[in-house]
Design a protein around this ligand. Structure first.
Ligand SMILES: NC(=O)c1ccc[n+]([C@@H]2O[C@H](COP(=O)([O-])OP(=O)(O)OC[C@H]3O[C@@H](n4cnc5c(N)ncnc54)[C@H](O)[C@@H]3O)[C@@H](O)[C@H]2O)c1
Ligand SMILES: [Zn+2]
Length: 277
């Protein structure tokens, strides 16, 4: 048996016995749904050629500054992503995860740095999801004049040459430009209330008896560049005797004794699923 097949069997065995399944996910989880990850400037520029021409990388675009100083440009980026994430159809791997975790007696949590809302689209309930970097489907004031969020129902048309848009949402309270409720770089205005409430719910539940017993963490497409998601899993390995299954095409290395699957998220989940049947 190859090492890969062995890892898939080990993952299936761990999941078959799990009482608590914690799904952790980064941008790589969206790739099989057709979304780009932002792996390095090259990966980012392949997804957004106009930004390559301007020499702007993800870090220099994902800041509240453009939204305030040049909203047509700032919203060009987030408006484009809003429309893309709104339209995306989650790949089969999401349904597989939902199927495993909806079995009676299973506790399920999702922790993701993705802002695209694909887990909710795949019938994970709001109660189950922690979005550590927020969600593009919620807006807030750029000021912000109040700690208020509202749904992002705005339509955006983007000029794909310039990545600019005329469709700017505004705060109905103070008429400042609105922004997505997403944690950006150098961001002191992000309203973290929604994410903190999600985290509190998670922490309360992980204190319960079932969740305390060695959860199985299934991590999908979480990169090393911003390693918050990887660290969450690795910390639970150390502190909670968790078993970590790390699925990642290119960065699948794991701490000793954990399970590494160097495949795309969808294929890995399908193959584990075959072994669970
Ligand atoms: N869909 C989204 O919401 C979205 C998309 C891009 C970036 N982001 C944000 O950008 C930041 C980037 O960090 P990141 O670590 O999430 O992404 P990243 O782009 O830095 O890394 C992606 C990781 O996924 C792996 N990967 C690529 N394709 C895969 C596949 N098909 N299956 C499994 N793994 C695959 C790569 O090897 C890499 O380790 C995060 O803060 C995230 O919130 C969000
Ligand atoms: Zn306001």
């Amino acid at each position: 048996m190859s090492t890969l097949e062995e890892s898939i069997k080990r993952a299936a065995a761990a999941l078959a016995e799990a009482k608590t399944i914690i799904i952790t996910a980064g941008a790589g989880m969206g790739v099989d749904s057709g979304l780009p990850d932002f792996r390095g400037s090259e990966g980012f520029w392949r997804a957004y050629p106009p930004y390559a021409r301007l020499g702007l990388n993800f870090e220099s675009l994902a800041t509240p500054r453009h939204l305030v100083e040049d909203p047509e440009f700032g919203w060009g980026f987030y408006g484009h992503r809003t429309m893309q994430y709104r339209a995306v159809v989650p790949h089969q791997g999401f349904a597989i995860l939902r199927n495993w975790t909806k079995q009676p007696g299973i506790h399920c949590h999702v922790i993701t740095s993705n802002i695209d809302g694909q887990f909710q689209k795949s019938h994970f309930s709001e109660d189950e999801v922690v979005e550590i970097h927020g969600s593009i489907h919620h807006l807030q004031c750029t000021a912000p004049c109040a700690p208020k969020l509202w749904p992002n129902n705005h339509q955006f048309e983007i000029d794909l040459e310039t990545m600019r848009t005329k469709d700017i949402p505004y705060c109905s309270n103070c008429q400042s430009v609105a922004r997505p409720n997403v944690l950006m770089f150098g961001d002191f205005q992000w309203i973290e209330r929604r994410t903190r409430m999600q985290e509190e719910r998670f922490n309360k539940c992980t204190d319960c008896v079932d969740c305390k017993q060695a959860p199985v963490i299934i991590e999908l497409g979480a990169g090393k560049a911003i390693p918050s998601i990887r660290w969450i899993g690795e910390r639970m390995v150390r502190n909670r005797n968790a078993k970590l299954i790390r699925i990642n095409t290119r960065e699948a290395e794991v701490p000793d004794g954990q399970i590494s699957i160097a495949l795309g998220a969808r294929e890995a989940l399908e193959r584990i699923s075959e072994n669970l049947a």
